[in-house]
Design a protein around this ligand. Structure first.
Ligand code: ADP
Ligand code: MG
Length: 265
């Protein structure tokens, strides 16, 4: 049955990388369902296949035969997915010779808009993304947090039904990261996009998400799907509530037991 509010469904998605003689099963039978407007965080130890999963959904990598993917109820061919979702890869990929504004419009320019039209679309968003006055700066003149906001603005401008963010705040210091999390929730509450957000930070996963998916390694698979009932809007006070602590304890124990299994295995 087709559920109209289901943005993304993955069913039985696996991925094996064939090395010379030794194959790596990076993903094994991943099943995921994401509803329209949901903010889902995906957490798991490094190497468990998070980026591989994103590369598949973004159309950069074709999974093993047998897996299926649906966007808004319609089945997709894995080799015809490019451009269907908005994807911010793990590295920010800003072009050093392009200004802030021209980096932000890159994806919609590639899509076929003229530079002039793309810039008109981007200008009203500059202030919202905390980049007012920096439109003509170059990436090397920006702080880490600002660079990530340029990359995020590019991803928001590439207006798709589903947005994949691969550890967007992973390289930031703790204080900047905290501020970016709150800022992102604010942006999300106004734009109401459907987001899957990869992180390896448990606090971040709980603070941001409507739901946290926990992945385990070797082979990569989803081992827990935990709804986060914390009220929104969320601020720093949420981090010390008993509900937050309880959820964190639960996630930690699942992640630890999975990690131990993979160490011993
Ligand atoms: P994560 O993003 O969770 O850190 P990745 O998806 O990057 O994990 O990697 C998952 C596993 O797949 C790792 O064991 C990694 O070495 C392997 N892998 C990823 N990409 C490739 C590739 N192109 N070729 C071979 N192995 C790969
Ligand atoms: Mg990764």
């Amino acid at each position: 049955m087709i559920d109209a509010t289901e943005r993304l469904r993955l069913s039985g998605v696996s991925k094996t990388f064939d090395g010379s003689g030794n194959a790596t099963r990076a993903l094994s039978e991943v099943n995921v369902s994401i509803k329209e407007g949901e903010f889902v965080t995906l957490i798991g130890p490094s190497g468990c296949g998070k980026s591989t999963l994103f590369n598949i959904v973004a159309g950069l990598l074709v999974p093993d035969p047998g897996g299926r993917m649906f966007l808004n109820g319609a089945e997709q061919a894995f080799d015809h997915l490019l451009g269907k979702v908005a994807f911010m890869p793990q590295r920010d990929l800003l072009l050093p010779w392009r200004t802030v504004l021209d980096n932000a419009i890159l994806a919609i320019e590639i899509e076929g808009r003229s530079k002039k039209e793309a810039r008109e679309l981007a200008r009203p968003m500059v202030r919202e993304f905390g980049l007012g006055g920096f439109e003509t700066h170059y990436p090397q003149q920006l702080s880490g947090g600002m660079r990530q906001r340029v990359a995020l603005m590019r991803t928001f401008l590439f207006d798709r039904d589903l947005m994949l963010l691969d550890e967007p705040f992973g390289a930031l210091d703790a204080l900047t990261r905290t501020m970016m999390q709150r800022w992102l929730l604010d942006i999300w509450s106004r734009h109401r996009r459907t987001i899957i957000f990869v992180t390896h930070d448990i606090d971040e996963a709980i603070f941001l998400g409507d739901r946290v998916l926990v992945m385990a390694a070797r082979p990569g698979r989803v081992t827990l799907d935990e709804a986060i009932a914390l009220p929104r809007p969320r601020d720093a006070a949420v981090l010390t509530t008993p509900e937050f602590m309880e959820t964190k304890r639960k996630l930690l124990s699942v992640i630890e037991s999975e990690s131990l299994k993979s160490f011993n295995g």
